[in-house]
Design a binder for this molecule. Structure first.
Ligand SMILES: [Ca+2]
Ligand SMILES: [Ca+2]
Length: 138
């Protein structure tokens, strides 16, 4: 998938059964990974070069590189678990959990490259830890 402007993958990641590579060019490229049509609880795992999800087929993976400038990931309606292992400094990453109780696990500090996302992640993490505390009290 090459070209200027926007690349769009609609609906559900269920059709991704094998490696899908997203490549931009020297312009500003924005990729939308949209799993918002999925109702099951889904896991996502992001690295600086790839995204895998339980929504995809067994061999499904989305590969991307530093030519992609904006990566937007939209999770579905279930209790999703999104693990961020790394992001790339060249790419601004935005993740929407969608409805239900989503969990964000951050194994790196992606907010270093983006103050706006920093606040978003801190908010989510705070809410998540509140949930954990109230769960322990029960
Ligand atoms: Ca680009
Ligand atoms: Ca969700």
């Amino acid at each position: 998938m090459a070209g200027k402007g926007q690349s769009y993958i609609p609906g559900s990641l269920g059709t991704i059964q094998n490696a899908l590579t997203i490549q931009g060019n020297e312009g500003t490229d924005t990729a939308y990974v949209d799993d918002s049509g999925t109702n099951a609880n889904t896991t996502f795992s992001l690295t600086a070069t790839s995204l895998v999800s339980s929504s995809m087929g067994a061999d499904g993976i989305i590969n991307y590189d530093e030519t992609v400038d904006n990566l937007n990931i939209k999770a579905g309606n279930g209790d999703d678990t999104i693990t961020i292992n790394a992001t790339t400094p060249a790419c601004r990453t935005t993740i929407y959990g969608g409805p239900a109780n989503d969990h964000f696990i951050i194994n790196e500090e992606p907010w270093k490259s983006s103050a706006g996302h920093c606040r978003r992640f801190q908010h989510i993490l705070r809410r998540h830890s509140d949930d954990q505390r109230s769960a322990r009290r029960k």
